[in-house]
Ligand binder design. Structure first.
Ligand code: SAM
Length: 365
């Protein structure tokens, strides 16, 4: 039995430790914030399916906010980068660099034969990321990759479950196609890219059994080949790929309108969806311009919609990004066709064999 005075003296002796422990606990808790599905529902302004909710739980996403001084340093870094006259910019001259980058992944895949070895090296390069128009530090493993995966899980779950043929244009290593498999294991998958090393990786992934029936084709957004034809009942998507073509997207859209996919999806940098009156967004838009990223694409789609050539199903930002940009906005659209040449003719969708069905009568909305 400990006497009362001894108990008081012990308590006084240990109090500073208890106090210090409690302060540490609350500071650490304040520094680390977990992300749950409700946070993502707010960002995406949409209800999530159980599939996406479970994915989010599995990623165990956590971040910490930045101090004022850290924010200041991030802004200085971005401004200095924007002022750098030697910053690389996208365009036809970049093919060699993409071949080299994916060549590295190809060598790694040949050795390791894992999904991890086909993940692009540029992800997770910076520890600072963008979330809900603020800068944050990713605290959970592979934070940046998993935040992108949340967006892909959401888009793929929503649009790809029923697709028979799925094409990713500008697919790089094809790692996104592995994610598609999770929602649609029976679809025929196609990965297209202008870099030949991309097709080599896809062949290796297919031969190793990692990716099942997946095929790679060479395809250049700047000069879409008429020989690459989409099958009936196709859905196409791009992820941070048409970002690389600046203002030169009309040839690709025209290729799509001729090939009549059911739905076209993009997860790309879309300046039109950001708020140029907010500093953090404004810097992102300036970075898009500096790197010659996609420019005016959504406005162009809206023009096509006014001309009744397409229907935009959704266009929204995700409030998720990396150090320099918020580059993962979502666009979903579909081509529409008039049953006859008159502008008053009902809207139809043409199938590949030329048989047309009345779009207005179908519940294909
Ligand atoms: C940022 S990477 C994204 C790759 C992949 N979509 C992903 O999410 O990992 C951009 C991709 O676009 C491809 N690309 C760039 N310009 C292209 C062009 N003109 N035609 C086809 N692919 C192109 C690159 O080779 C690269 O694979």
């Amino acid at each position: 039995m400990v006497s009362a005075p001894r108990r008081i003296s012990l308590w006084l002796k240990h109090t500073p430790f208890y106090f210090f422990g409690a302060v540490c606990f609350f500071v650490l808790k304040a520094m680390k914030t977990n992300i749950n599905y409700k946070d993502i529902e707010k960002l995406f302004d949409d209800k999530l399916s159980d599939y996406v909710k479970n994915k989010i739980t599995g990623y165990k996403l956590a971040y910490s906010p930045l101090s004022e001084n850290e924010k200041e340093q991030v802004l200085i870094r971005i401004v200095n980068t924007l002022l750098d006259p030697f910053l690389v910019y996208s365009g036809p001259h970049r093919l060699k660099q993409w071949e080299k980058g994916w060549g590295q992944n190809l060598a790694e895949f040949k050795k390791e034969k894992t999904a991890d070895s086909v993940f692009p090296h540029y992800h997770g390069k910076y520890e600072i990321n963008r979330l809900n128009q603020s800068f944050v530090k990713g605290m959970s493993p592979n934070y940046e990759r998993n935040m992108l995966y949340v967006i892909l899980d959401y888009v793929f779950d929503k649009y790809l479950r029923e697709a028979e043929n799925i094409y990713e244009f500008g697919c790089g290593t094809g790692h996104n196609l592995l994610k598609v498999r999770e929602v649609n294991p029976s679809a025929n998958l196609f990965g297209l890219d202008w870099a030949k090393s991309s097709q080599k990786i896809i062949k290796q992934m297919s031969d190793s059994g990692l990716a099942g029936n997946i095929r790679g084709y060479n395809f250049d957004f700047f000069k879409p080949s008429k020989k690459i034809k989409l099958a009936d009942n196709s859905t196409i998507y791009t992820v941070a790929a048409i970002e690389q073509i600046g203002l030169n997207y009309k040839a690709f859209v025209s290729y799509l309108l001729k090939n009549k996919p059911d739905i076209c999806l993009h997860v790309e940098p879309i300046a039109e969806l950001l708020d140029e009156n907010k500093l953090i967004d404004n810097l992102s838009i300036k970075y898009f311009r500096k790197r010659n990223y996609l420019n005016g694409y959504l406005d162009y789609l809206k023009k096509l919609e006014k001309e009744n050539k397409i229907q935009i199903l959704e266009a929204k930002r995700t409030y998720i990004g990396s150090l320099f940009i918020e580059g993962y906005s979502i666009i979903a659209w579909k081509p529409v066709y008039r049953c006859a040449s008159s502008p008053d003719a009902p809207v139809c969708r043409a199938s590949k064999d030329g048989a047309r069905h009345d779009f207005a009568k179908s519940n294909d909305k």
